[in-house]
Design a binder for this molecule. Structure first.
Ligand SMILES: *[C@@H]1O[C@H](CO)[C@@H](O)[C@H](O)[C@H]1NC(C)=O
Ligand SMILES: *[C@@H]1O[C@H](CO)[C@@H](O)[C@H](O)[C@H]1NC(C)=O
Ligand SMILES: *[C@@H]1O[C@H](CO)[C@@H](O)[C@H](O)[C@H]1NC(C)=O
Ligand SMILES: *[C@@H]1O[C@H](CO)[C@@H](O)[C@H](O)[C@H]1NC(C)=O
Ligand SMILES: *[C@@H]1O[C@H](CO)[C@@H](O)[C@H](O)[C@H]1NC(C)=O
Ligand SMILES: *[C@@H]1O[C@H](CO)[C@@H](O)[C@H](O)[C@H]1NC(C)=O
Ligand SMILES: *[C@@H]1O[C@H](CO)[C@@H](O)[C@H](O)[C@H]1NC(C)=O
Ligand SMILES: *[C@@H]1O[C@H](CO)[C@@H](O)[C@H](O)[C@H]1NC(C)=O
Length: 435
């Protein structure tokens, strides 16, 4: 029997250019001349780019895994398995449990690595207890590895929202969460099965917090055990904010209020010693809606105002909201109206043309600081800050300029005919290479 360390060395690298597959190749010199796009990273090896997205497993009935454009990705993360009060049980709802095997086989037969994300906004309640003690960490490692083996996964994404910080109000939170999370990841990475896994984490705008509740100065130990992190640079402004603002700002150092952006998040994580080439930028294929009166929305020349007041007691229904929804979140509170519009939903609800540009009769502005668009319907008084092909291209150029490893889109079902994805690929200069 081979020692595991040797077995690991014999395994293929992260991305295999097996003959029957397409890989995603940043063309470097070759297509920077043909497309005119400057490739600032030195990415000539396909494994230098990560083109990934999350797949919302609970939507599998409407969006089966076969609907994913697999040849335009090389990693896909199934969301979500959830933490439970029993450290040895990681839960999957019934729709997800049924779709996951099909997802994994569809991914792997396309040369795409298949990951499962644990947690999410409503599934992180018991992360803290799962990693709180040595015994629990060992049990949680065993539970993770048993999922990996049951579903033949290539990796696990840890979407703990958030270690040491409250997310959903009833989450368990402990000042030692980040330290315990690191110990857990080290233990998982130290197992024979864990050595070979792709381990990723979805993270907030600032580094994991230490026991004092402040972002840590040095998170390099996390980079030693994780393959990469995805910066969730979205939901920066929404119904909870004091005014309308950009959902997924690329920049905020030029804005009136600094509330976080891709620029600030990359700066914060790299300043805390997380290497840029282990960071993917999270991208939003959706926007947040607000009820805004025309007098607040429009300036004296009829242009859209960027940070207008909105009426929080009249949250518009988003494209995924059901009128009269009485469902409860895991804390027992009403889910309420999300107001979220997917990019595809903005098209089907008439804000955008089928090619993703603003429809006739809809006001549009592209904020040059956040580098994201807003649309507004004066009759319904609904304003939406979202992402379009232009903002995805701006983020793609930023990913290259910063030497980030790639992108992670929330979520793969929000796009329409790959309008956003194709724009991103073009801006980054990556293209499928099929043998
Ligand atoms: C790309 O690689 C070449 C050769 O290794 C090196 O000289 C050059 O500085 C690199 N460029 C960038 C942008 O990293
Ligand atoms: C915890 O979960 C494990 C694995 O599903 C199960 O075997 C065990 O009985 C559960 N423990 C309790 C107390 O429910
Ligand atoms: C360890 O996990 C169990 C659940 O399996 C939980 O009841 C217990 O509180 C955890 N320990 C700590 C210190 O959180
Ligand atoms: C962000 O804004 C600052 C201040 O205007 C500017 O100097 C910087 O170039 C911008 N960065 C990007 C990536 O847009
Ligand atoms: C009104 O807003 C538009 C952008 O939507 C801007 O270009 C224009 O300068 C603004 N006009 C005034 C008077 O502020
Ligand atoms: C906001 O909406 C509520 C509920 O429809 C309404 O009663 C209230 O007058 C609105 N507030 C403003 C400032 O328009
Ligand atoms: C704007 O909203 C009104 C009222 O809901 C609706 O009738 C109209 O179709 C919308 N306009 C566009 C261009 O979608
Ligand atoms: C998008 O579609 C609209 C409506 O059909 C059309 O007027 C516009 O020229 C198109 N824009 C692009 C960039 O294709």
């Amino acid at each position: 029997m081979l020692p595991t360390s040797v077995a690991f060395l014999l395994l293929p690298p992260l991305l295999v250019s097996a003959a029957q597959y397409c890989s995603l190749k940043p063309p470097g010199d070759v297509s920077s001349s043909s497309s005119g796009i400057q490739q600032t990273t030195n990415a000539t090896d396909p494994s230098d780019v990560i083109a990934s997205a999350w797949y919302p497993g609970w939507l599998a009935t409407d969006f089966p895994p076969s609907s994913i454009p697999w040849n335009k990705y090389n990693a896909m993360t199934f969301a979500f398995a959830t933490t439970t009060s029993n450290v040895s049980t990681i839960a999957l709802d019934s729709v997800s449990a049924q779709a996951l095997p099909e997802f994994v086989s569809a991914a792997q037969s396309s040369g795409v690595t298949a990951l499962l994300s644990i947690g999410g906004w409503s599934g992180s309640m018991y992360y803290s207890t799962a990693v709180a003690t040595a015994d629990n960490r060992t049990a949680f490692v065993a539970a993770v590895l048993s999922l990996v083996s049951a579903y033949n996964l290539d990796g696990i994404d840890f979407d703990w929202e958030y270690p040491g910080k409250i997310g959903l109000p009833c989450n368990v939170v402990n000042p030692d969460d980040s330290a315990n999370f690191l110990l857990f990841l080290q233990e998982l990475r130290g197992t024979p099965a864990g050595k070979n896994l792709i381990l990723t984490a979805a993270v907030g705008l600032t580094p994991f917090v230490g026991s004092d509740g402040q972002p840590m100065d040095d998170v390099s130990s996390f980079a030693d055990v994780l393959d990469r992190i995805a910066l969730m640079v979205y939901d920066v402004w929404g119904s909870w904010s004091p005014t309308v603002g950009p959902n997924a700002p690329l920049n905020d150092s030029c804005a009136l209020v600094q509330d976080g952006s891709a620029v600030s998040a990359v700066n914060a994580w790299t300043a805390a010693n997380f290497p840029a080439d282990q960071i993917t930028l999270g991208l939003a294929a959706y926007g947040h809606s607000f009820r805004v009166t025309p007098s607040a929305a429009l300036n004296s020349t009829g242009g859209l105002v960027l940070y207008p007041d909105f009426n929080a007691s009249e949250q518009p229904l988003g494209s995924a909201d059901t009128p009269g929804d009485t469902s409860l979140d895991p804390c027992g509170d009403p889910n309420g109206v999300s107001g979220v519009f997917t990019f595809a939903g903005l098209i089907s609800d008439g804000f955008l043309n089928s090619n993703g540009t603003a429809a006739p009769g809809i006001d549009y502005v592209y904020d040059s600081c956040s580098q994201t668009p807003y649309v507004y319907n004066e009759t319904s008084q609904v304003m939406v800050s979202y992402d379009d092909a232009t903002s995805f291209a701006a983020k793609g150029k930023f990913i290259n300029a910063q030497g980030l490893i790639g992108f992670a889109v929330w979520d793969v079902t929000g796009d329409q005919n790959d309008i956003l994805l194709d724009s991103l690929h073009q801006a980054m200069g990556i293209e499928p290479v099929c043998d």
